[in-house]
Design a protein around this ligand. Structure first.
Ligand SMILES: [Fe+2]
Ligand SMILES: [Fe+2]
Length: 176
């Protein structure tokens, strides 16, 4: 079944949203790279890579459905945040909540269009958003707990720096 036009348009919009998320996280990495928090810089950079992966997952899915990928302009990301790491992580949480709402809207549209293949494909993204929101929220809670204690902040930074890249997301189909 060809992908409905409305769904194709919405998936293209989501490719842009994920690339924008990629760029926003890269902006946070730039910020942390100008502070002593190099662990958070690494964490943000890995997160940026994940977001790029999300965009490419949507790209491959659209391509597999014989759709047409549209690429558009991104906004320059913010690269300066407050000295306390909470500022960047709170921004990240707000961004993740926005992406969750975007995925939910996309899911609702696919449901309305009875585009079952897209619905199944999007289930992975719904789960991913649950994970992303909970990871960032935990970081915020721990940062709030340590407050301005340098030892605590450096400990969290150190831990964030040990984050490793996730296994690549499963391919959308076609054995890719
Ligand atoms: Fe994402
Ligand atoms: Fe995300």
């Amino acid at each position: 079944m060809p992908i409905p036009n409305s769904v194709q348009t919405a998936i293209n919009a989501q490719i842009k949203n994920e690339l924008q998320a990629h760029y926003n996280y890269l902006g946070m990495a730039v910020h942390f790279d100008s502070t002593p928090y190099r662990g958070f810089a690494k964490w943000m950079r890995l997160q940026a890579t994940e977001e790029y992966g999300h965009a490419m997952k949507l790209y491959d899915f659209l391509s597999d459905r014989n759709g047409r990928v549209e690429l558009t302009t991104l906004d320059a990301p913010k690269t300066t945040y407050d000295a306390h790491p909470l500022d960047a992580f709170r921004t990240s949480f707000a961004n993740e909540q926005l992406v969750t709402a975007q995925i939910n809207d996309l899911y609702e549209l696919a449901q309305k269009e009875k585009d079952f293949a897209t619905l199944q494909f999007l289930a992975w993204f719904l789960q991913e958003q649950v994970e992303e929101e909970s990871t960032v929220l935990l970081m915020i809670e721990r940062l709030e707990l340590v407050g301005n204690d340098p030892a605590g902040l450096l400990r969290l930074d150190d831990e964030a720096g040990r984050r490793v890249a996730e296994a690549p997301a499963p391919a959308s189909g076609g054995g890719k």
